[in-house]
Ligand binder design. Sequence first.
Ligand SMILES: Cc1cc2nc3c(=O)[nH]c(=O)nc-3n(C[C@H](O)[C@H](O)[C@H](O)COP(=O)(O)OP(=O)(O)OC[C@H]3O[C@@H](n4cnc5c(N)ncnc54)[C@H](O)[C@@H]3O)c2cc1C
Length: 481
Amino acid sequence: MNPEPVHTDIAVVGAGPAGLSAAVAAAVAGASVTVIDAYSQPGGQYFRQPNPAVDPDPQEPRPRAGRELRHKAEAAGVRFLNRTVVWGAFEDLRLAAYREDTAQAIELQADAIILAPGTYERVAAFPGWTLPGVITTGAAQTLLKEQRLLPGQRIILAGTGPLQLVTAAALVKAGAQVVAVLEGASPGEAILRQPGQTLAAVWGQSTRLKEGWQSWRTLKKAGVPYHRGWGIIAAEGKDSLQAVRIARLDRQWRPIPGTERRLEADTLCLNYGFTPATELAQLFGVQLHWRPAQGGFVPRRDEQMQTNVPGLFIVGDGAGVGGAELAMVEGQIAGLAAARQVLGDSTLTRRIEALQPALRREQRFQQFYARLFTPGPGLDELAAGDTPICRCEGVSKATIVQTIHAGADTMHAVKAVTRCGMGNCQGRVCGPLVAAILAQETGQSPERVGQFRARTPIFPVPLTAFTVLTTEGAESAESRN
Ligand SMILES: Cc1cc2nc3c(=O)[nH]c(=O)nc-3n(C[C@H](O)[C@H](O)[C@H](O)COP(=O)(O)OP(=O)(O)OC[C@H]3O[C@@H](n4cnc5c(N)ncnc54)[C@H](O)[C@@H]3O)c2cc1C
């Protein structure tokens, strides 16, 4: 069965702040727009909506703002395909998707595509990191925001960046006992070293500063210790997490001998930044370049967010980690630029230009933020030989190191020999960990090491999802694999 592809002027993948903003801008300009998202409700990470069965009328500002944006999109005629995962990308701007609730295979063909797929959380591998009870900070936030559930009773958060702070404050407000928050970086030092740049970067960022300040005050009032320059070195427990070992870190994020302490906890939340989701970009043949301050490999784009593939735009955190505000400005620019291209409406140029000051302001903040919260190399040295690196396929650090020493000196070779990255997560979790080991063991730069190549299907889908592929689609999928 090869039904005709559904045609839309502009297809947007991802209904987070970037995708929703792009969709509204393009639809208001007159284009027909279809937004596809794997989640059950539009909003992405930032505007994540609670489960309606748990909280049908959430009053927090973010879900409300997300709903308003969605209503604007609906009023402008945007069509939403929720619970629909895009698993393949083919020539002539075609997408293969699978709708989970109706078990429907969909092929979408568009005159322009805007990818807004967001990021994955970066974790660290250390002894005990795969114990039940060790989760990502984003997972804790999702449980709380979506299901109104606490991940545990005694919680420690560790990593870097303001997500630790805001999540810890939200957990405290929801009644959890937060044992400690460990921030690996020492942001105060960087701020004091460059006061002028700090001022320029935070100018116009009052909402963010207020949110940070309120979270900080919540933790202070609850007596939660917030340790800067501290990190996890191991997690302990028999069947699940019982305690964590922590230490003060030097500037390279290496534990300082003699500072080690043990804290009891049943939940450890980790977040060491984010990695942009570039799989669909890779399948389309987009050129990527190495930008560690933006999360790793990111697509090359022009000023209107268009890639080297004509008609393909990429916006938001999936194009480089920059936060929700930057994602929304980029989304608007790409939405207008795609609509201008599809509709041939040059009057949209002025509106694109009017967004440039906001774009520059948010980019300045992104650069400042990256300087404060980038993990040092010590983070990648915590794993012991028997520490699992690829948890889907059960591959330890020692196996990876032996494989590299036996001659596998590329990501592809390590994957082929060990099966690292071939499991359910397709390397989204272990990819950065394997890349760091490969760089350490071979002396290659992270840029040269690269990342696992994306392959179709980028997410596990039932075989029925493939029934949508035309012969050409199947051939181009095969030739890419
Ligand atoms: C776990 C997590 C927690 C965060 N918490 C905070 C916070 O508390 N405060 C804060 O200021 N910032 C937070 N951020 C950062 C902020 O959410 C992002 O900067 C912002 O959401 C970026 O918007 P975006 O539209 O680029 O991506 P996202 O909001 O991540 O949206 C991406 C969307 O794309 C969809 N998608 C991706 N791939 C596919 C596919 N193949 N098929 C179908 N759909 C797909 C996803 O389902 C998702 O809805 C968080 C980020 C993450 C990842």
